[in-house]
Design a protein around this ligand. Sequence first.
Ligand code: GRF
Length: 207
Amino acid sequence: MLRVIICVSGGGTNLQAIIDAKAAGKLENAELVRVISNKKGAYALERAEKAGIESVCVSPKDFPDREAFHEALLKTVEEAAPDLIVLAGFLVVLPKEMISRYRNRIINIHPSLIPSFCGNGYYGLKVHEAALARGVKVTGATVHFVDEGTDTGPIIIQKPVAVQEGDTPEILQRRVMEEAEWILLPEVIRLIAAGRIHVTEGRVYIK
Ligand code: GRF
């Protein structure tokens, strides 16, 4: 069984997609062992509780400095002994130590086709605002492994989504979630749990 923890900061619709996939029997080889939020009161925590998954909040506000927060976060991760860490809308820059310790075992979902509209400052609605401002006809979502950069790790899977006339950032965000994010994230977890994802020299191969 692949022990999976999910890190969240907000509404947790991607977390919900993972919970639903598990309930539907699509994640046979994965166990959802813990949800970690950096925000108290994040709705994602409620989703976890409703699904009977242990949930823990580690808020930077409860610690004197970044270092102490990072230490607590890493401890909360390690206690759960994860094989895979899923960042599902987790708005925290990870401690370097965590990235190296869990190399190619941390995945993130980004709501664009990387390398477009990614990197520092591109999160949430800003990604979709930028895509609309540039006038792209196709956007999408990407699941990638996390490395030391922002959205620079090996790309695992991508799915295109059409931009439509009259789209607002909110409408586009919703379409990207429905047509791409909520499908890709559980699918990648399933593939990893099945041992089908391999990384060689920074490139991902699905066998
Ligand atoms: C998603 O758009 C995801 O791609 C991004 O943050 C958002 C999280 O949404 N990284 P939710 O909390 O899963 O609803």
